[in-house]
Design a binder for this molecule. Structure first.
Ligand code: BMA
Length: 311
């Protein structure tokens, strides 16, 4: 294991974790796995908050610089609605993209139907009013995001169904965000590797000059629990079914106390990313040990270069 390579690609913010339950304006057990975007010059995180029943909802936290001075809204912005079949036990782990074509944010979160976890779509223009579209595909499914734009006139979804106990990242297509098809495995779990037990999409796909950059989590189940580490892959811009490259090594993983200690030790779970288009600077927001929110930085060029070199 080459630790220098691993630590070189992402730098943890020294004042991590940036958000903890003690910052919260109301009782919360854990705050983690946030979606991220920029709005009116501020960083907006849609944070998963687990309440004291063990159910999750989403609350907005905003910062002028993406690292500090967080303003946390006094109440949840999205709560599970018990009247909805698919929202019986909370809503979790959002990913969001700005859809230029629709001039709306598309947020996909995990919600729990009696049949198991499903991925549900909600759209908003302003984070004040939301339109819920319900679940997209049958259970069991998690870790989903839309691409930020259509490719060849179709919407594209990455998601992680569990079929016969196997948990791979799949790609699916839709003409209208309602009917999905042409499902296929895109990034499989790799037998024997660090990502052998399960893989799932991290933040939404990032469009770069060389392809769609995918940051994903990979799980290895060990005798003392599951290790959630982070890998990456590059998809063809024109045909995202083609995986051009995939990292051999994990590029980020639980190392420091707040990642190794918490409700679920040994978890780094990225769900949000913000890229500065001018500089290529990237901020990756992740849940640490299913307890707090942390941020680590990198550069798009460094990630692409590492993939090219065959990390
Ligand atoms: C996954 C999801 C995440 C969680 C992770 C680690 O299956 O449920 O919400 O962060 O496990 O416990």
């Amino acid at each position: 294991m080459d630790f220098s390579k691993m630590q070189g690609l992402f730098q943890r913010y020294p004042d991590n974790p940036i958000l903890t339950p003690t910052d919260w304006p109301y009782p919360a057990n854990a705050v983690f796995n946030p979606a991220a975007t920029e709005l009116d010059g501020q960083t907006l995180l849609l944070v998963r908050v687990e309440d004291m029943r063990g159910f999750s909802h989403l609350t907005i936290a905003k910062s002028p610089n993406g690292y500090s001075d967080w303003q946390i809204e006094p109440a949840p912005v999205l709560k599970p609605e018990i009247s909805k079949n698919e929202e019986q036990w909370g809503i979790e782990d959002p990913r969001m993209v700005w859809m230029e074509e629709k001039q709306e944010y598309a947020i996909i979160y995990v919600s729990f139907s009696r049949g198991g976890p499903v991925v549900s779509l909600v759209m908003t223009k302003d984070f004040k009013t939301f339109q819920k579209f319900g679940c997209l595909l049958p259970p069991e499914d998690k870790d989903a995001s839309l691409f930020p734009r259509k490719v060849h006139g179709r919407y594209i979804l990455l998601h992680r169904p569990v079929i016969r106990g196997e948990a791979h990242i799949w790609i699916s297509f839709s003409p209208d965000l309602k009917y999905w098809g042409e499902h296929q495995v895109l990034i499989p779990a790799r037998q024997g590797w660090w990502d052998n037990s399960r893989v799932g999409l991290g933040p939404p796909p990032i469009e770069t000059s060389e392809g769609w950059l995918i940051i994903y989590h990979g799980v290895r189940v060990t005798t003392s629990g599951s290790l959630y580490r982070v890998g990456m892959a590059l998809l063809d811009l024109d045909d995202p079914c083609k995986v051009i490259r995939r990292s051999n090594d994990w590029i980020f993983g639980p190392k420091v106390d707040y990642e190794r200690m918490g409700d679920v030790p040994g978890v780094t779970f990225p769900t949000g990313v913000i890229v500065d288009k001018q500089t290529g600077d990237l901020r990756m927001y992740y849940g640490a040990a299913d307890s707090t929110v942390a941020v680590a930085t990198s550069k798009i060029d460094d990630l692409l270069e590492a993939l090219k070199k065959g990390i």
